[in-house]
Design a protein. Structure first.
Length: 166
């Protein structure tokens, strides 16, 4: 198994995060209805990899977005399975990233306990929605790896590490 084939879903996820970091605001200005969740306080899209804050947002939001993007990539990189498992792990990673971003938003707004729970619920919902909508892209990136594993199993050769435990 090659490094590129094993890490392709993580590379694709990092490219998606980079796209949202570079072109996220451009996308929301072109497709206006994507701004509706943000208008009610939900995190917008995937966390973006960027080097400067968006507009006049504080640096804390930049650190939270980059940290959430790195969490997302790390979660996707942790799986070595096929399409559906990679899609599910992508959804999980986006939910974790959404919760992190919502917690930072609640802290910066100095929200009370009820509002804090509302922020976290919104982050969970936004993460689920964005993960389901975009997770298939990372899932497609896992298909070459799955195809290679099946070819090795059909030849009678098991991938390295399968029988290493006993």
């Amino acid at each position: 198994m090659s490094f590129g084939r094993n890490s392709l879903p993580a590379i694709v996820t990092a490219l998606l995060a980079l796209f949202f970091g570079l072109f996220g605001t451009w996308l929301v200005t072109r497709v206006g209805y994507l701004a509706v969740p943000s208008a009610v306080g939900l995190p917008y899209g995937l966390p973006g990899l960027r080097v400067t804050p968006v507009g006049e947002t504080p640096w804390l939001f930049l650190v939270a977005d980059v940290g959430a993007a790195l969490v997302l990539v790390a979660v996707v990189a942790s799986t070595r399975r096929g399409f559906w498992a990679t899609w599910g792990v992508f959804v999980l990673g986006v939910v974790l990233a959404g919760l992190l971003r919502a917690a930072v938003s609640a802290i910066s707004a100095e929200a009370g306990l009820g509002a804090y729970a509302g922020y976290l619920g919104g982050g969970l919902l936004a993460g689920l929605l964005w993960g389901i909508v975009l997770g298939w892209i990372a899932g497609l990136a896992a298909l070459p790896r799955r195809r290679a594993e099946r070819a090795l199993q059909a030849d009678g050769h098991l991938p390295a590490g399968i029988n290493s435990m006993g």
